[in-house]
Each structure stands twice: as C-alpha cells, then as structure tokens.
Design a protein around this ligand. Structure first.
Ligand code: HEC
Length: 165
C-alpha cells in the first residue's frame, strides 16, 4: 500500500514531463505568430473601419435612385413617427408616442445630411437608434430624402400661401 502511494507522484511527474516535451514539438496557439499578409488589391474591407468609412461624409452621390430608395425606407422606418411629410404627426404619435419635432422647424432645417445619418445611427433622446436595421447607404438615402422633404416644405396649403410673393 505504501509503495503504491509513493509511486503515484512519480507516475504523475513522469506524465507531466512527457506532456511538456510534446508541447514543445506542437506549436502552441498562444505563441504562434502569423506572418503579415498584405490586403490583396480589390479586396472589400469589412468590420468597424469599413462601417465608419461608409458613414463618413460626403456619403454616396445624390441621384434620383438614391432619393427614391430614401423615400421608400423613410416611409417604412421614419414616417410612422415623423409623418409622411415630416411634421411629426405619424400614426405611432397619434397612439401616444411622444411627438418628434417637425422637420420644417428652423433648427432641423439646418441639420446637415451627415447629422441626420448620425441620428439614424445612434438615436437621439427618445428616438431609438436604427443602426442594426438600416444599412449605411440607406441611412444616407433617407437623410437626403429628409433634406428634399425640407426643401419642398410641409406640403400644406399654409406653406404654399407663405411661399407666395
Ligand atoms: C418611434 C418613433 C420614431 C421613429 C420611428 C423615428 N423617429 Fe426620429 N425622432 C423621434 C423622436 C421622439 C424625436 C425627438 C427626440 C428627442 O429630442 O427626444 C426624433 C428626432 C429626430 C430627429 C431630430 C434630431 C435633433 O437633432 O433634434 C431626426 C433628424 C430624426 N428623428 C430622424 C429620424 C429618421 C431619419 C428616422 C427613420 C430612420 C426616424 N427619425 C425614426 C421619434 C422617432
């Protein structure tokens, strides 16, 4: 019995030794250094840097197609609160959600497209962020559509009157 007890540490240590030797032969995942592989030309960047680049101004060129896409996305994601004409009177608001300010207020009229992209990305006050639901390019499309809405006025008869000389 005593012999068996005395043997255990010896066997154990021997096993450890073997392990150490084997580990020296097999490359440890902790110490492997991968060689630097340069980014091949034409590769499309992914991840955080690419996302930030996609959100940096000036964004995509403003075309008819971009505005049409913006309108479609705006109606799906923003109009429920901001209203189709941006007056802050969407259906969700009529059911009790706090009303957003009208896009036709002076302060919001002075927002640059990139600031609207920021609001869509990060949210603002009571408005949730939409970064996980709206792609960067679509955020630009929406932002330019909002600027377009603002340039056209609220579309109310009152505005047309105000615009008359
Ligand atoms: C669920 C309702 C809701 C939806 C949907 C919504 N918003 Fe808003 N939004 C708000 C509210 C409320 C505010 C006012 C936030 C505050 O100041 O607390 C606001 C504010 C804003 C502002 C003004 C920010 C400022 O500087 O004061 C912009 C621009 C805006 N929203 C754009 C958008 C766009 C673009 C979309 C669609 C992608 C959108 N919102 C979707 C509720 C909403």
């Amino acid at each position: 019995m005593r012999l068996a007890v005395a043997l255990i540490p010896a066997v154990f240590l021997a096993a450890c030794d073997i392990g150490t030797e084997e580990r020296n032969e097999v490359a440890s995942t902790r110490t492997v250094q991968r060689p630097h592989v340069p980014v091949p030309p034409g590769a499309i960047a992914r991840g955080t840097a690419a996302r930030e680049a996609a959100l940096a101004p000036p964004g995509p060129e403003v075309t008819r197609e971009l505005l049409a896409r913006g309108e479609e996305r705006f109606r799906a994601f923003c109009a429920p609160c901001h209203g189709a004409s941006g007056r802050g009177d969407g259906t969700i608001v009529s059911r009790g959600f706090p009303a957003p300010p009208s896009y036709h207020e002076e302060r919001l009229r002075s927002l640059a497209p990139e600031q609207i992209v920021q609001v869509i990305t990060h949210g603002k006050g009571r408005m949730f962020p939409y970064a996980d639901r709206i792609l960067p390019e679509e955020r630009w499309a929406i932002a330019h559509y909002v600027k377009d809405l603002q340039a056209r006025g609220t579309g109310s008869p009152f505005d047309q009157e105000a615009a008359r000389p």
